[in-house]
Design a protein around this ligand. Structure first.
Ligand SMILES: [Zn+2]
Length: 514
């Protein structure tokens, strides 16, 4: 049975209709052409002139983290510390015996500490993680269960025991203490995350999940593999593989995994390295101190040698490396490694995730090395309000998204659950560079056009993810698309985020309908 979608406008095409059969687009053309192909039992969907785009691809997120976030206490809308504490207090009675109270998403300028969480409970372990995911606050019970005392030292992290503030790799001590989710729970997180994505027109993601909750890469890997085998994936996932150390990565390679292994629904993507923290938490690694904290230059997670070991190992298996680098010190570290070890022209598509605080010489080097850039224009919403305070003059060459987009392979994403995935909002922010919350503008000269921003979530995004036969409404491509009520190019830029997604189809199945 085939389904004809009629009377629509299609991105990058003059056609007004298309036909899908099973999981493929089999024909595009005029309404009359497509109608003439219909046989008994075929279906038609009248789109009333609406705008069809290839399913959006979010090139960097944490799908398990998103699913978990949607299942626990969400604090992203809180504007004050009192609101965070009130929501936490209200969540207490719904917990099961022995369960930890975990929340995420409060913003970095809010002051939450151990004492304020102890005032809620000293019997139930409570951990609230900031929006960025690089810092959490724990109450006394949580610290006790995690074995964290005044004397605990954390490598590549930081523990402020008195205030219960835990940063970067020290967070692993907390994660070890709470019960690891079983496979059913992990699958539920994947489904929940996918459902959220589908409602925003997304049909594919690059996702970093291996170290999210689990002590080894295996439980997350198996959950994805099994769900894909059971045909339970409503999103195509390219896994951005993160590991605790090079030894663990080596064991993964020994099992026969490398980039490209998998199926159309779940495939192994690049090695992912996290080199530093976040701007909001002041853990992004800078060469000079933070403008609003002269004692801090942030945190580098690895020493140079470890980064090189990871890189060489990946390269010897033809696996690209993508590196989370937010501060210029993290960029210095990885640009050196890339420059000294990469093949000419970067045929493996090694890259950078975030691309935020940088100097002019670093921007030039990124272009020269032809690095792939995984940007998040959604970050402008929050960061426009803090960038100058945090880094002063260094804001000038920071978040240079249009320059990157026009010179090297660059595509967009959300880093969910840091920001909730929302391509239309991401498109708007790429174009306006103006925060919807603070109203502040960031480097307007780096604004992208609407067409560029749309492509950064479609054509370009699929190129970056290495997913073939996706990202186009064209014969032979997967039937992955979203129907928007309006064409973003014909919408006032500051209203793009309000365009409703009416329908999302993935692999020929309607996975969302408004
Ligand atoms: Zn991330």
């Amino acid at each position: 049975m085939a389904t004809a979608y009629l009377n629509c406008r299609i991105k990058d095409s003059d056609d007004t209709a298309f036909l899908i059969e099973d999981h493929l687009i089999t024909k595009t053309g005029s309404d009359e052409e497509i109608r003439s192909l219909l046989q008994e039992g075929d279906e038609t969907v009248e789109l009333n002139g609406m705008y069809v785009v290839p399913g959006f691809a979010d090139t960097h997120m944490h799908l398990l983290g998103l699913g978990e976030y949607l299942s626990t206490l969400m604090l992203n809308h809180c504007t004050g510390s009192e609101e965070v504490l009130e929501l936490t207090r209200k969540a207490l009675p719904s917990l099961k015996e022995g369960q930890w109270l975990r929340g995420r998403g409060y913003h970095d300028n809010l002051q939450i500490d151990k004492a304020s969480l102890d005032a809620i409970s000293t019997d139930v372990p409570i951990v609230l993680t900031r929006a960025c995911g690089h810092v959490a606050c724990a109450n006394s019970k949580a610290l006790e269960l995690a074995g964290i005392t005044e004397d605990t030292e954390a490598e590549e992290g930081d523990i402020d025991y008195a205030n219960g503030i835990i940063k970067e790799n020290a967070l692993r001590l907390l994660k070890k203490a709470w019960k690891e989710p079983d496979e059913e729970t992990l699958k539920e997180y994947i489904r929940k995350g996918a459902e959220y994505c589908n409602a925003h027109g997304i049909t594919a993601v690059g996702s970093d999940d291996f170290v999210s909750f689990t002590s080894s890469y295996k439980p997350a890997l198996k959950a994805f593999e099994h769900l894909a085998m059971e045909n339970g994936m409503n999103l195509r996932v390219s896994e951005q593989c993160e590991f605790h150390d090079p030894e663990e990565f080596s064991r993964f390679l020994d099992e026969g995994y490398t980039a490209g292994v998998g199926s159309d629904a779940f495939v192994i993507g690049p090695l992912k390295l996290i080199l530093d923290g976040s701007l909001g938490a002041r853990t992004a690694a800078l060469t000079m101190p933070y403008s609003d904290d002269p004692d801090s230059c942030g945190i580098l997670i690895y020493d140079d040698e470890e980064v090189e070991t990871f890189f060489r190992l990946a390269q010897s298996y033809n696996m690209p490396v993508i590196s989370h680098a937010i501060g210029d010190a993290a960029l210095d570290q990885i640009l050196d490694v890339y420059e000294q070890n990469m093949y000419e022209g970067n045929p493996l598509h090694n890259g950078l995730v975030h691309c935020q605080i940088m100097r002019k010489d670093q921007l030039e080097k990124i272009l020269k090395l032809n690095l792939s850039c995984y940007i998040q224009t959604l970050f402008i919403d929050y960061d426009a309000g803090i960038l100058e305070e945090r880094v002063g003059e260094r804001a000038k060459y920071s978040y240079p998204f249009a320059t990157l987009y026009r010179n090297v392979p660059t595509a967009n994403g959300s880093d969910a659950p840091v920001e909730l995935p929302d391509p239309l909002k991401g498109i708007e922010l790429a174009v306006t560079r103006k925060s919807l919350t603070s109203g502040r503008t960031m480097n307007a000269s780096e604004a992208m056009t609407v067409k560029e921003a749309l492509d950064s979530y479609t054509d370009r995004a699929y190129e970056l993810l290495g997913m073939e036969n996706c990202g186009k409404i064209r014969e032979g491509c997967f039937a992955d698309f979203a129907v928007l009520s309006a064409d973003p190019e014909e919408t006032e830029p500051e209203k793009i985020h309000e365009i409703p997604v009416m329908m999302t189809v993935m692999d020929g199945r309607t996975v969302y309908e408004r």
